[in-house]
Design a protein around this ligand. Sequence first.
Ligand code: HAM
Length: 433
Amino acid sequence: MNLSKKPYKGCRDLFPPEKLRQDYLFQRMRQTAQLFHYQPYDGPLLEDIELYRAKSGEELIGEQVYDFIDRGQRHVAIRPEMTPSLARMIAQVHRELPKPIRWYSIPNLMRYERPQRGRLREHWQFNCDIFGAPAGEGELELLQLLIHLLESFGAGQEHFEIKINDRRLMENFFKQKLKINNEQTGQLYRFVDRYQKITHDQREQQLAAIQLSEEQKDLFNAFLEIKNFTELQLYFQNENELLVDIQQLMENLQSLNLAQYVEYDPFIVRGLDYYTGLVFEVFDKHPENRRALCGGGAYDNLLALFNEKPLNAVGFGLGDVTLKDFLLTHQLLDEKEIHKPPLLITFQDQIAHLYAKKICQAFRSNDQQCEFLMTPIKINKAFDYAQKKNIHFVVLIGQDEFNNAQFQIRNLEKRESSYFQLKEIKANLLEGL
Ligand code: HAM
């Protein structure tokens, strides 16, 4: 049999360099979540398909979910997103927990998509969600958390922007101004969500299928012309009560010096059906990478699936593929921090084998990462090996060092050697060499 060495379409084999980079991203995500005191959780890879049917939206359930009948005749799905599993878990415990509940997770998810830049069939997604926060507070905190994470990589206003909208505002516009029915509302949400991803002809076709009158079309097109929050205020100038929440959020962001990242955008409606309030997406500003890095929003009714009373919730998902593309595009990945080279321990004569092992052990006891070369090696070969692995410091133990109960540390960049004894090994010994 001649099996392919390639992974399944749209999935990645994460070889050590890529896995190290992914781990580095995860570490930053965890640090940020913990800084805001979010607690970790995880859930199963498989769920009952019904969990997604109700609220995850037509695209996810109709086109993207991987589902199958298991050996016990249950119809199951590989999780395409984490939020329904989270809601299921929260439904079990929320009554006993003090509010707000702040949880985070970094699950891998599967979606049957056409693989392309920023889109794969398997991706990992940093999820942060907050339940039971006072109105507007969860939204603000999650935007702060997101900005903190991106800033921690050195990203700023020139690199990314957060576009926001409010489903309540859209609902009002659809129902009160356009006066369309529920079915048309659903269709228009999907249309707006996909607007910037489809061609002019597809737009015309889809809009025709929604059967808006000429007057409705004009109103709708005029709404989509709104470019920012100031224009939104002008548009709704006689109905300010609709803008109270967004206005409050913008003011809070202003006083926290974060408003420069956030702008109103009527195209942000989100493809998932469960959102009920503020919705947002984070975009890379680089013209070649105009994908959303992250999407989220407020969803108050997901617990109703489990016969629970509504509990206000806000959350986001940030993809590892899109984050990596973003950071690489803007050269914000610090390779030195990701691939921290170890200290290479070598010995040149078999007699020093055990002594070298002791040195290695002493370094590790002092938290120094070490790689042990298990057989005697000539000095030049040791240097070649170190260079191939990007290692800067090498311990050398020849006859002389062994006889004097010493060892040599060679700094390959500076081409300098220093000599030590076993008992001199301490934490951070390499600093300053
Ligand atoms: P989503 O917009 O479907 O939201 O996904 C969030 C982010 O995950 C996207 O902005 C994108 O960066 C990344 N992502 C999604 N699909 C793929 C893919 N096929 N390949 C690579 N990256 C992808 C949700 O999933 C919501 N459940 C987020 C949420 C959490 N809302 C509330 N809490």
